[in-house]
Ligand binder design. Structure first.
Ligand code: CA
Length: 238
């Protein structure tokens, strides 16, 4: 598969490029955000360093996500919780903190690629695709068209946010364990993925403006909830 490697550090780029080539990937390495935007359309997956000379990495991540849905792993020296959460919220599928072991990064690339295959092909892909639309309050989730509307207006979720919501909507009467969601959508239970699930749920609530749409069942998991048109806090721990 073709990888876009966005990394301004030559040594790091060489090491990553070699490791990727050994796994059979072709690699285009760029060191500036502008070039990342230029070449992202050809990428099967993206490795993104956040510390770039010409643009903040998180800003680049947001811009990449508006034009490209390819699996994206942040490779960063920033290990602050806040940075990680912002990265996931901006649409990263996973992240690896430098210094990392190459084997771990390669494993994560394989996992991310597996779970982000075409709809129906990955562990999460088959969760709800092709099912019928589900309504909760004024929210409609359409797994066939992969669209979410709130009061008739379409809300754009990231691919992964949609997968989580569609999984809950496919069986609205059930509480879904965290482990089940992680396994079906992420295909693994890396610590990063576990954190990522919470971030994605927060994203769904924020973007739809319907906090009750996803109900937290504390210590267990999530369920599709009622989504009253007025914002409320009724989901927490209820
Ligand atoms: Ca850098």
């Amino acid at each position: 598969m073709h990888a876009l490697l966005v990394e301004d550090d030559d040594r790091m780029a060489r090491a990553l490029g070699t490791a990727l080539a050994q796994r059979g990937h072709t690699v285009r390495r760029v060191s500036r955000a502008l070039d990342a935007l230029r070449y992202v359309h050809e990428a099967g997956f993206v490795l993104l360093d956040l510390g770039l000379p010409d643009l903040d990495g998180l800003e680049l991540l947001r811009r990449l996500r508006t034009v490209c849905d390819a699996p994206l792993i942040v490779v960063t020296a920033r290990c602050e919780e806040r940075d990680v959460v912002q990265g996931l919220r901006a649409g990263a599928d996973d992240y690896v903190v430098k210094p990392f072991r190459m084997a771990e990064l390669i494993a994560r690339i394989d996992t991310v690629r597996r779970r982000t295959r075409a709809p129906g092909g990955g562990p999460g892909g088959g969760a709800a695709d092709g099912g019928r639309a589900v309504r909760s309050g004024d929210v409609e989730v359409d797994p066939a068209g992969r669209t979410v509307t709130v009061a008739g207006r379409e809300v754009r979720l990231t691919r992964r946010e949609f997968d989580v919501l569609a999984l809950l909507a496919a069986r609205p009467d059930e509480v879904h364990a965290r482990e089940e969601i992680l396994d079906r959508i992420w295909g693994d239970a890396f610590l990063a993925a576990s954190r990522s699930l919470d971030v994605h749920v927060a994203g769904i609530r924020a973007k739809t403006g319907r906090r009750g749409l996803v109900r937290t069942v504390r210590g267990f998991g999530y369920q599709l909830g009622a989504a009253p048109a007025v914002r409320g806090e009724r989901d927490a721990g209820s």
